[in-house]
Ligand binder design. Structure first.
Ligand code: SAM
Length: 261
């Protein structure tokens, strides 16, 4: 595998059953607009072009863009970096949805996911293949080691579940890690009302900054406030300040944020 292919995470799906199953999660119809991220050699594009009303495919590798445009004349193939593309400008077709589908390049899976979450109000549903470990962190419930800021900051805006796991043998060349397909449905409004979303994000990041510390000590260290203030805020929110961040639900983080704002 060449250096360029490795850097761009070019592991192409060779299992058409897996491609179909990914697209089935969001079940595009002729009313829908689909944005495909990283079409590569077109394993998912073929399925999307057959089913969706309009397909925009974002591919960073110029060498692949030309081939895709020839093979799929109905698809708008754009040479673009999916981390920086303006998803917010997307408008849903009349009576249709905006869907995002992709077998993401794993080295930049998290920044692409972050860009999609920032643009969530323009998107209805997503089916994204990611490194299994990342997909599981995104969809994790409270209480375990995989639950953290990635889970909370995604689940604040989306219902998230791991729909399936995909073994390395489904790709050419096979990656060194396992993969999983994440199904995200964007909520009409954040899961809990928040006065200050930025403050909520910084509190979540601070709480998980030092996972082994108690909530009060992690917040104090991460936010630069006295531990007593962190304990008082937790008490006022009805949360035991001796708990670990990984046990708090999203509504509990929201209650805490309200007291720390
Ligand atoms: N969808 C294809 C498939 O399933 O066979 C290819 C998936 S491959 C894992 C990831 C694709 O994303 C590659 O084609 C790669 O060139 C492209 N890519 C890598 N970085 C990208 C970026 N920042 N923006 C858009 N595409 C990117």
């Amino acid at each position: 595998m060449s250096g360029k292919r490795r850097a761009l995470g070019q592991h192409f799906l060779r299992d058409t059953g897996v491609a179909r199953a990914i697209v089935d999660l969001v079940a595009p119809t002729t009313s829908d607009l689909v944005v495909e991220i990283g079409p590569g050699e077109g394993a998912l594009t073929a399925e999307l072009a057959r089913r969706a009303g309009r397909v925009i495919a974002l591919e960073v590798d110029r060498a692949l863009v030309a081939g895709l445009a020839l093979r799929f004349p109905g698809v708008e193939v754009l040479e673009a970096d999916a981390r920086a593309w303006d998803y917010r400008a997307l408008a849903a077709p009349a009576g249709g949805r905006v869907l995002v589908v992709g077998n993401l390049p794993y080295s930049v899976g998290k920044p692409i996911l972050a860009a999609l979450i920032r643009a969530r109000t323009a998107i209805h549903e997503m089916a994204l293949m990611l490194q299994r470990e990342v997909a599981e962190r995104v969809a994790a419930p409270p209480g375990g080691k995989t639950y953290g800021s990635l889970s909370i900051l995604t689940q604040l805006y989306c219902d998230a579940r791991v729909a399936s796991r995909v073994p390395p043998g489904a790709f050419r060349p096979p990656p060194q890690v396992e993969s999983a397909v994440l199904h995200l449905r964007v909520l009409a409004a954040p899961r809990v009302p928040l006065v200050d979303e930025r403050r909520f994000h910084s509190i979540v990041r601070a709480a998980f900054g030092q996972r082994r510390k108690t909530l009060a000590n992690a917040l104090a260290a991460g936010l630069g406030i006295p531990p007593r203030s962190a304990r008082e805020a937790a008490d006022a929110a009805g949360i035991d300040a001796g708990r670990r961040a990984e046990t708090l639900t999203i509504p509990e983080f929201a209650a805490l944020a309200a007291r720390l704002s």
